[in-house]
Design a protein around this ligand. Structure first.
Ligand SMILES: [Mn+2]
Length: 324
């Protein structure tokens, strides 16, 4: 594993740097890319911040978000950096095409299943967010950290730790937040924008979920099938479904929550959560070619959505029934 000091030296020695994260970017993906991009720009580097799917509307307020580009043709880069991306393909086809021609690929991630696809790999599976790794990279190596960097890395750490609530949260996560508050970061404003500001269509989506949610295994499994029809009726945009699963998860009887999302191509995207550390949802997702973390994982199944849901829920129920 390449130490952060070596990665800092590689970045200081480069001039044209590309930074990207996974498709369907979440707060950690966008925040870690922008946090590193703003720091390296402050150092005088030419930085191309790339996201295959662009920035979701709910994260467009983050400083520098307007500089993120969707890949469009080749770029002449000295170093490429992949952040928060569990496997190379999850960067997206356009990013992969650009990064494939770059002589040095740095892979920084916190997914334990990361297969070390970079020339330099820093995989820290005990870190709760890629943004926390980026903060350590910057702060330990004297790279610029200004208010814009802090806003992005706070957003990354805060969203990936469920507002510092998940078991993955470390004492260091809180220390970093404390350092940021001491430096003047307005966390009330950021938290308002991250967690308490939604378009009406997002609540319409939540209404549909509450009407349609289903239970099995004596209420220990809660699930919802989000069809294309519902997505079109509510006018769903990228990012709108983020966090919906947490409402299923909070039901007292539930040990596992699952959302099935019908994609445009007819495939079904599965998001699964566990509330019991004995239940490893990444193993269940692994049965269908997916993966992720023990308590939060995903997979993709062929449609139609009712059949995909039944197949997945049977496998999950088998694991849930083994708990007691
Ligand atoms: Mn992450």
């Amino acid at each position: 594993m390449t130490p952060l000091s070596d990665i800092a030296a590689i970045l200081r020695g480069a001039q044209r740097i590309g930074i990207a994260a996974h498709v369907r970017p979440d707060g950690d993906a966008v925040g870690s890319v922008l946090g590193l991009a703003l720091s390296l720009r402050a150092l005088g580097k030419t930085v191309h911040a790339l996201l295959e799917d662009g920035v979701p509307e709910n994260l467009a307020f983050l400083p520098g978000a307007e500089t993120i580009l969707q890949p469009a043709g080749p770029l002449d880069l000295d170093v490429a950096v992949a952040l928060d991306t569990a496997n190379y393909e999850r960067l997206g086809a356009g990013v992969v095409e650009i990064f494939g021609k770059v002589p040095v690929l740095v892979n920084m991630d916190h997914h334990p299943t990361n297969p070390l696809y970079g020339h330099h790999n820093h995989i820290a599976s005990d870190e709760p967010a890629a943004g926390q790794i980026v903060y350590e990279l910057l702060s330990q190596n004297g790279l610029p950290v200004d208010d814009g960097v802090r806003q992005n890395l706070f957003a990354a750490i805060s969203t990936d730790t469920g507002s510092f609530q998940f078991a993955s949260t470390t004492a260091r996560s809180h220390e970093i937040a404390a350092e940021m508050i001491r430096a003047g970061l307005d966390i009330a404003r950021l938290s308002q924008l991250l967690y308490h500001t939604f378009p009406l269509r997002r609540l319409e989506l939540q209404r549909a979920m509450l009407n349609e949610m289903a239970f099995r295994a004596e209420g220990r499994i809660a699930s919802w099938q989000l069809t294309q029809e519902t997505q079109q009726r509510c006018g769903v945009r990228p990012g709108d479904t983020e966090g919906l699963i947490d409402t299923l998860r909070m039901i007292d009887s539930v040990v596992s929550a699952v959302v099935f999302e019908e994609l445009k191509d007819g495939k079904v995207r599965v998001s699964a959560r566990s509330k019991d550390s004995r239940l490893d949802v990444s193993a269940v997702c692994g049965q269908f070619g997916g993966g992720g973390h023990r308590m939060a994982a995903g997979a993709r199944l062929p449609g139609p959505i009712p059949a995909a849901a039944e197949t997945f829920l049977q496998a999950l129920e088998h694991e849930v029934r083994r708990l007691s």
